[in-house]
Design a protein around this ligand. Structure first.
Ligand code: IVH
Length: 672
């Protein structure tokens, strides 16, 4: 291959990985592999300047710009950091800084600050007169997306600073992260709903920050750490003290930040945190070293892409090599077929790994896995082990590439793939065992019908015994045949029968969720149930009417229509209804509902005396209005109590949004 060919191949490959990483949030390779490709490209371009192209991926810092947000130009560009995976290169960087600033010897005349490199998504916050005015993503480094509304939902970010010596105007940069706990919870939920999982907290944080629904953002539990203060009037002449000030003003600045005075201290810092980072509540992918003194920073200056006064040391992902026993194909409740690598057990970051998801056919193909290959398994902080490559030198002669099945491994039906989707699906929704059992398990689950006594295992038992073949059969169960089943004694049988009976009181919104209609999750079910009130209304609705419901998009609407136009589903619903399952929300709930606030977006602020905040929220919803968390041009009015937040007051006044008190509000919803 000529250098020109390789350069063009690398550019295309890097462009593709940029898109997967920044736009689709589904990277196929890790940072290290990406960096290797980039370094190879940079080297070739350096050797062949005649082949340069201003649009080469080496000329940009990457972009997370996305549609739907207003773009803002950064007052000062957001650069990236030069990085290395080796301790030696960190030492060389320290020496270089010392040399160019005219110092020599073992002691660092150039004090360095060591910090954690948080693995999230970078953010720039601007404060004026102690108030947060704007939060912008890095974007392409020059322009970013204005995500202020979403950032405001992050509890650890101060919106208004308490009195202090902060400059009138400053910018603070940091990293938005999704802590491990919140990440695990989110992925558990997604696994349950058969939605694609986030590969790591970084993608989850970036994806969440770009959501258009800030209520959902608030629910996910983002957090933020800050590491860079910029202003014309900084409090100190060095980075460390500036960050201590920021901490004083209420920003989360990590305790890991340490002032280092010698090359040995730098080494010790690396050795210590390479291990101890595992105990931190958030994901980290390395350490950052910065020259502390701002004058020295200025002297060292910048390259086109990054400051010379800082360097990132990246941790190597923990990796193991093990043999592939076989790839199995598993069918989920919605029919998605997932390839799973079954591995010879191997120890990785303290746990034994035997299985790793290969996600979908495209990933199996791009890794080019052959039968019995030796595979690299990584756990780069992520909880779910990942196959990152094949050790070709260990490949058995004549071994065949792993073939993705074209028939359902369970029922044998030919698989189908929707255009533009990565997943192959078994179309045999109503005749394929794992799909049927998956729906039974879903139906009895805690968030759905919560049927006591029937766990996951019992569902397959009941199905195989011929007692339950669809969810309506639960209502025909009686103790005698049940208690004769292996593993189910008289007591469990009794519990099941009682649990099934109790499920007849489960409200309609959860029944709707329990039906396993694709894309109709817990929140959407609740929204739909409140909007339509009954199954009969839902069944009569058109696509347009469905899309008009809050949070229902075309994909969900189509899925509901498809589900309800299949006669066996309608019959199933009728059977459930005849057994006494709730197919509408109770009447009494309806009586105090009005349209008085229909289409109104209302913000609640302050402390109230006549009702609680929660009660006001319920009143808004019952009267057809929408309670929203922050004031915007779309806000119709603010329901204000005592001590309304000064930021909200100012914003409402600026946008000319009406402010009304409790009495006025109560009058408003008084029905004639
Ligand atoms: S300093 C001009 N410090 O890493 C230097 N960055 O690869 C500005 N990051 O875009 C960055 N932890 O998103 C800095 N302690 C830390 C960091 C950090 C994480 C991220 C940040 C930056 C990227 C550069």
């Amino acid at each position: 291959m000529t250098p020109a060919e390789r350069i063009s191949e690398l550019r295309m490959e890097l462009d593709r990985h940029n898109r997967l990483y920044y736009v689709e949030n589904t990277p196929e390779i890790d940072d290290r592999q990406y960096d290797m490709l980039m370094k190879e490209l940079e080297k070739l371009e350096h050797e062949h300047p005649e082949l340069d192209d201003p649009l080469s991926p080496s000329h940009r810092v990457g972009s997370d710009l996305s549609k739907g947000f207003v773009q803002v130009t950064h007052a000062r560009p957001m650069l990236s950091l030069g990085n290395t995976y080796s301790l030696e290169e960190v030492n060389e960087w320290v020496d270089r800084c010392n040399d160019s600033l005219g110092n020599q010897g073992g002691m660092l005349s150039v004090p360095i600050v060591g910090e954690m490199k948080f693995d999230g998504t970078s953010i720039s916050l601007t404060y004026e007169n102690g108030r947060l005015v704007r939060a912008v993503t890095r974007g392409d480094g020059v322009k970013g997306d204005d995500v202020t509304e979403n950032v405001k939902t992050i509890r650890s970010i101060p919106l208004v600073l308490p009195a202090g010596d902060w400059p009138e105007s400053f910018e603070i940069r940091g990293e938005i992260v999704l802590p491990w706990k919140a990440f695990d919870r989110l992925n558990e939920e997604r696994a349950f709903n058969e939605e694609p999982l986030f590969a790591n907290p970084r993608n989850a944080a970036a994806g969440t920050l770009k959501m258009l629904n800030s209520a959902e953002v608030a629910r996910r539990g983002l957090d933020a750490y800050f590491y860079y203060l910029l202003s014309d009037e900084l409090p100190a002449d060095n980075h460390y003290e500036n960050m201590l000030k920021a901490r004083e003003w209420g920003f989360k600045v990590s305790d890991v930040m340490t002032l280092l005075h010698s090359a040995d201290e730098v080494d010790d810092f690396i050795k210590r945190w390479d291990v101890e980072r595992r105990n931190l509540p958030v994901a980290t992918d390395g350490l950052v070293f910065k020259v502390n003194n701002l004058r020295q920073q200025l002297n060292l200056g910048y390259t086109a892409k990054s400051p010379r006064w800082a360097i990132a040391y990246k941790f190597a992902a923990e990796r193991a090599l093990t043999r592939l026993i076989r790839v199995s194909f598993e069918v989920g409740r919605m029919g998605v077929v997932t390839p799973v690598a079954n591995l010879e057990p191997v120890l990785l970051s303290g746990t034994i790994v035997k299985r790793a998801s290969l996600h979908n056919a495209d990933i199996v193909k791009s890794l080019d896995i052959h039968e019995h290959d030796m595979l690299y398994v990584e756990k780069g902080g992520e909880i779910i082990p990942k196959i990152t490559g094949v050790e070709l030198s260990e490949r058995e002669e004549g071994s065949e590439p792993v073939k993705f099945v074209d028939e359902c491994p369970s029922c044998g039906k030919p698989l189908v793939r929707e255009p533009g989707e990565a997943a192959w699906m078994c179309p045999n929704k109503y005749g394929c065992r794992p799909q049927i059992i998956g729906r039974l398990e879903h139906y009895v689950g805690r968030h759905m019908m919560d049927i006591d006594g029937v766990g996951e295992e019992n569902c397959s038992l009941l199905y195989d015994a011929g007692l339950v073949s669809d969810i309506s059969d639960f209502y025909t169960l009686t103790t005698p045949p049940l208690e004769n089943l292996e593993r189910i004694g008289p007591r469990t049988a009794q519990r099941i029968v009682e649990g099934v009976e109790a499920s007849k009181n489960v409200p309609f919104d959860r029944v709707l969720y329990a039906l396993s209609i694709p894309f109709v999750g817990e929140t959407v079910s609740r929204k739909i149930a409140r909007a339509v009130r009954s199954m009969d209304t839902l069944m009569a609705m058109t696509r347009e009417e469905l899309v008009a419901i809050d949070d229902v998009g075309p994909r969900i609407a189509d899925s509901i229509i498809e589900y309800l136009s299949y006669q066996p589903n309608v019959e199933l619903i009728e059977r459930l209804r005849s057994h006494g399952v709730q197919m509408s929300l109770p009447e009494e709930d309806l009586s105090d509902h009005t349209d008085l606030l229909k289409g109104k977006s209302i913000v609640i602020s302050g402390v109230f005396s006549r009702h609680s905040r929660e009660e006001y929220k319920a009143m808004i919803e019952k009267n057809g209005g929408k309670n929203s968390g922050s004031i915007s041009k779309k806000t119709d009015f603010v329901l204000a109590g005592e001590n309304m937040g000064p930021a909200k007051l100012e914003k409402a006044q600026k946008l000319g949004v009406a402010i009304i008190n409790e009495d006025e509000f109560l009058k408003m919803i008084e029905a004639e």
